[in-house]
Ligand binder design. Structure first.
Ligand code: ADP
Ligand code: ZN
Ligand code: ZN
Length: 669
């Protein structure tokens, strides 16, 4: 990210005056002025009238004059001291500016709900941290030592590192060692993990190893817990904050290190409202605090690899698993020679072999439900969602057809709605059908299915994981929820079904993501005392991706992809922004984007290309029609200048109230 050129707004210091400028969580790009005759700090919350409502606002500055006449008075001062420090405010200003998102919404999204709603900033429940530390029973490897030393050498400077280590190579151990060293110096550590990577094991591992309070920030906490975690980070009590993407905004006065674990993971990008990438923002967070940043992964994103090439990141390598552990062997099963739709003969044979050896096996399929197609064998009628351009997925246990895009569901008809015959069948496999199929092959083996349907209930995921961690031989069937972070010690064989969708996708990032997924999933197989095995079923065994996956040469494959991106001037060799509009009436969204395109084309900056509007891949979703307009430039600053100019002239376009739209900077899909 070219972060130098974007100006950081500076804050005026506290003065006593009668007008304050505040940010309000509304989708508007301006700030608001109110009368205030009491002392109030910058960064404090105030309650103000806004239209007919009362809202929580954040004080940004004190003023003597306003451009507006009739100002309304502040209703109540909610914080006697500032809630958001200058440091965190600067970071939030920078973020709002970079993503061109309304400041009030950005500030609000950085606060826990209770604070957003104006509740007092008081800790409810202080808990002591664990004092029983588990001793480490091994020495760091030479590579680990080198990585730890390099990072600690720049403890007082901004310096970005890529910790590039194969799965199970001891990256977490490196984070833990550095964390311990920095905690001793009174620093706080922020560790970001993917949405599904924040397991109780991960939290326990930190708690057992660092002699400080560890707070976890994730969606399963209740609002009081979220508030307490936020406040303990803010007052310095928490030594370690372990959280998913929004934790990047946690105030930490003594921040000494930011870690982004599994940096390639898609969940670091927020896909609604304020569309930020916590991975990308971590650079600015570390830069403002003048501290090191570690991006850790076995499969670096192409963005990160380019940052290494450009010397914005220093690559630290962990080339092997410590001790005896070796990487799994990977082989392909050519599905063109198989009659079975899902479970090929060689796959079943390999599963039997490992199960008989008292090992666990895992099958990975990236689709939940019973079957993706529900159709008539006679007239070719297919169950489709009325509200979306998408097929309905059959879920057998609840006997429902479900749309995975809008949530619509219904009971399937007993006869074909088109030709009225009893000729309805299913086609294809989801996790549920795979589980059923496996029961017939392996009637005496425990099957554990892990997908969004089986883990919806609180603690369900944890219960499943516990069962797997007991080490009993079993078959685990799961979606990508299982692809990362989980270390199952008795898992020896992984079967990957259904990769061909990724090979055929038109998305220019599809092969990058598939390679990451295959390497990550393969990384689940085999641990300290036994080599694992991975079988991939495909109808395209000659695709070049497999040569690299088979020999675990992710980096080589990524280099070839990076060269292609350079040739075609695609990200990370160019920068993109997306303007997406939708409306119930198909014409309105497209018409709006045509006007936007015209406005953009009139802005005199040559290096920015405008492309579209084009219908979105799934054009109709929940009765709304989606269209996209793409902006692309090899020059990031010019791209952002065009967007700024666009917002300045936006009022020239009459946006029909029926059109909803948003801007996505650095979109990922
Ligand atoms: P990663 O985060 O790269 O997946 P971990 O840090 O979780 O890897 O390490 C994988 C396993 O190897 C863990 O059980 C860990 O305790 C163990 N381990 C890590 N470093 C060493 C080492 N130097 N010697 C022996 N075992 C190690
Ligand atoms: Zn739908
Ligand atoms: Zn029919």
């Amino acid at each position: 990210m070219n972060i130098d050129k974007i100006v950081i707004l500076s804050l005026k210091h506290f003065t006593l005056s009668s007008i304050i400028e505040v940010a309000i969580p509304v989708p508007l790009h301006n700030t608001f002025d109110y009368l205030c005759d009491q002392k109030v700090s910058i960064g404090a919350r105030v309650k103000v009238p806004f239209g007919q409502k009362k809202v929580t606002a954040i004080v940004l500055s004190h003023k003597h004059k306003s451009d507006f006449e009739k100002l309304r008075p502040v209703e109540e001062i909610l914080d006697q001291k500032s809630l958001l420090s200058k440091e965190i405010l600067d970071f939030l200003f920078w973020s709002a500016n970079y993503y061109h998102h309304p400041l009030g919404e950005v500030l609000a999204s950085a606060l826990p709900k209770n604070l957003r709603e104006g509740k007092p900033a008081d800790i409810k429940k202080t808990s002591a941290h664990k004092n029983t530390l588990s001793p480490v029973t091994f020495d760091a490897t030479t590579e680990q030592k080198k990585a730890i030393k390099s990072v600690l050498k720049s403890e007082n400077n901004f310096h970005g590192f890529l910790l590039h280590g194969v799965t199970g190579s001891g990256k977490t151990e490196v984070y833990l060692s550095i964390t311990q060293a920095l905690l001793k110096k009174g620093r706080q550590i922020l560790v970001l993990v993917p949405e599904i990577g924040l397991t109780p094991q991960m939290i326990a591992r930190f708690e057992e190893r660092v002699g400080a309070k560890v707070v976890a920030v994730h969606s399963q906490l209740n609002e009081t817990q979220k508030l307490d975690a936020y406040l303990m980070a803010k007052n310095g009590e928490a030594g370690v904050v372990l959280g998913t993407r929004s934790a990047i905004f946690t105030p930490m006065p003594n921040l000494g290190l930011v870690v982004v674990d599994e940096e390639h993971d898609g969940s670091f990008k927020q896909q609604s409202s304020f569309r930020y990438s916590a991975r990308d923002l971590s650079f600015m967070r570390a830069k403002l605090a003048n501290i090191p940043l570690i991006l850790g992964t076995a499969t670096p994103s192409l963005e990160t690899l380019k940052n290494v090439v450009d010397k914005k990141l220093t690559r630290l390598v962990l080339s092997s698993r410590p001790g005896q552990a070796i990487m799994p062997k990977v082989n392909l099963i050519d599905m063109r020679n198989q009659t079975a739709e899902a479970l090929s003969v060689p796959l079943v044979a390999k599963m039997k072999h490992y199960l008989e050896d008292n090992k666990q096996v895992m099958l990975f399929i990236n689709r939940r439900g019973y079957a993706p197609v529900f159709y008539c064998t006679d007239c070719d009628w297919k169950a489709e969602c009325d509200r979306c351009d998408s097929a309905l997925i059959y879920h057998r246990q609840i006997n429902r057809l479900k749309c995975h895009h809008c949530g619509f569901e219904k009971m399937p008809e007993p006869t074909c709605p088109s030709c009225h015959q009893k000729t309805l069948r299913v086609l294809g496999y989801g996790t549920e059908r795979l589980e059923e199929n496996l029961e017939s092959y392996f009637p005496d083996t425990t099957i554990i299915r892990i997908d969004r349907d089986t883990t919806r209930r609180k603690k369900a995921f944890a219960t499943h994981l516990e069962k797997i961690n007991s080490g009993e031989p079993c078959i685990i069937v799961g979606t990508q929820m299982l692809a990362k972070g989980h270390d199952f010690s008795n898992l020896s064989f992984v079967g990957i079904l259904d990769v061909d969708v990724g090979l055929l996708s038109l998305d220019f990032r599809a092969t990058e993501h598939l390679a990451q997924l295959l390497i990550q999933v393969s990384g689940r197989a085999g641990r300290s005392d036994h080599q694992g095995e991975v079988s991939i079923q495909t109808r395209y065994p000659n695709h070049k991706i497999f040569n690299f996956i088979r020999s675990s040469q992710y980096t080589k494959y990524a280099s070839t992809l990076l060269k292609e991106r350079e040739k075609t001037e695609l990200p990370p060799y160019s920068h993109q922004a997306l303007i997406c509009a939708n409306s119930k009436n198909k014409n309105n969204a497209e018409k709006f984007l045509n006007e936007v395109a015209e406005l953009l084309n009139n802005i005199d900056i040559d290096s920015v290309e405008i492309w579209g509007p084009v219908p979105a891949v799934i054009e109709k979703k929940a009765n709304y029609y989606y269209f996209n307009l793409y902006l692309q430039s090899i020059n990031r600053n010019q791209l952002h200048r065009v967007i700024k100019t666009f917002y300045k002239h936006l009022e020239k376009i009459k946006v029909s109230s029926s059109v909803r739209w948003f801007l996505d900077v650095d979109p990922v899909d």
